[in-house]
Design a protein around this ligand. Structure first.
Ligand code: DHB
Length: 311
């Protein structure tokens, strides 16, 4: 059974990864990702300096997924860059994704310059879709701002780079965003970040369940799967063939992985369910995916990837 997947010129043993933010904020968790059977991993979205993030409770598991308003707690960009370079030096031929989420365009440019000037050989993920920083709009919902930051980045940035997008809900927005993204030599787009600013409430206590932003936060898990698949499919069918799609949203079992791949994803990420189940989830997902492929008579992902039929 061949589960090989590709992004840019890189080959991965299988398409599974963590979703940024989950199991990747410190060295201990990242080491577990490295040792897991997942095909690759992405680091927690970094800001130039260490951030404490929002007050707790800020991540709560709810019946069909999760709600979070972490507020970008992270060890600071240098930690994730150094970790990635060390990982790549110790594991020749393997690469990871380095996520950055500057609080202002200047911060993104600063981190991109540092990556450009470093020995980092992996793929950079520019996060355009953090919904949880009070007073900061998501860049991905501002089409002009998205085009401006990508224009500035590609003026000097020479390494492989992709973007993490928020979910879109309107066909006109899929069309408009794809048109902008197709102007740039991106390696991939990652669909989707959490559905921003949902509100999960506890009816017994008559209160919200997370503390920041009066309980408003990003929704992940089973709630978001149809939206995630729609975004994967919409961008897979609209983007230039050189731009891959990474699928993220609602993956709990091998069937969910299969669905993302069928919609056109090259890699498939796991967030809420990884947080819930722990690092052993990757063994289970791989077994379940292989069983589905075997039952359907597929021997490689390319046999079915993107081949969703319309009726
Ligand atoms: C956070 C949440 C996100 O969805 C994201 O993309 C980046 C950061 C956070 O709250 O830490």
């Amino acid at each position: 059974m061949n589960l090989t997947s590709r992004i840019a010129n890189y080959e991965f043993e299988n398409p599974l990864m963590n979703a940024s933010g989950v199991w990747c904020d410190n060295a201990e968790k990242l080491d577990e990702m490295v040792q897991s059977p997942a095909g690759s991993f992405v680091t927690k979205s970094a800001t130039p300096d260490f951030r404490e993030g929002n007050p707790s409770p800020r991540y709560v598991e709810v019946p069909l997924g999760s709600i979070n308003s972490m507020g970008l707690p992270n060890l600071g960009f240098d930690f994730y860059l150094d970790y990635s370079i060390t990982f790549q030096n110790e594991n020749p031929g393997q690469i990871n994704f380095l996520s950055i989420a500057g609080m202002a365009p200047e911060e993104n440019i600063l981190m991109l310059k540092k990556i450009n000037d470093s020995e980092f050989k992996g793929i950079t993920e520019l996060n355009l879709s953090c919904p949880n920083v009070p007073g900061k709009p998501q860049i991905g919902y501002d089409f002009e701002a998205t085009e401006t930051i990508l224009t500035r980045a590609f003026e000097f940035f020479k390494k492989p780079i992709g973007v993490k997008l928020p979910p879109y809900f309107d066909i006109a927005h899929f069309d408009e965003m794809a048109k902008i993204l197709n102007k740039f030599p991106l390696q991939y787009v990652n669909c989707i970040n959490s559905i921003g600013n949902g509100l999960y409430i506890d009816a017994d206590k008559e209160e919200v369940v997370i503390k920041p932003k009066d309980g408003f936060g990003g929704i992940g898990g089973a709630y978001v799967k149809p939206t995630a698949l729609a975004n994967v499919r919409a961008f897979y069918t609209r983007l230039n063939k050189g731009i891959a799609v990474i699928g993220c949203g609602g993956v709990e079992n091998g069937r969910d992985v299969f669905e993302h791949l069928l919609c056109g994803a090259q890699m498939v990420q796991v967030g809420s369910q990884l947080a819930k189940e722990g690092i052993t989830i990757f063994d289970r997902l791989l077994q379940e995916l292989k069983a589905i492929m075997e039952e359907k008579g597929y021997s490689s992902i390319e046999d079915f990837r993107g081949k969703l039929k319309s009726i």
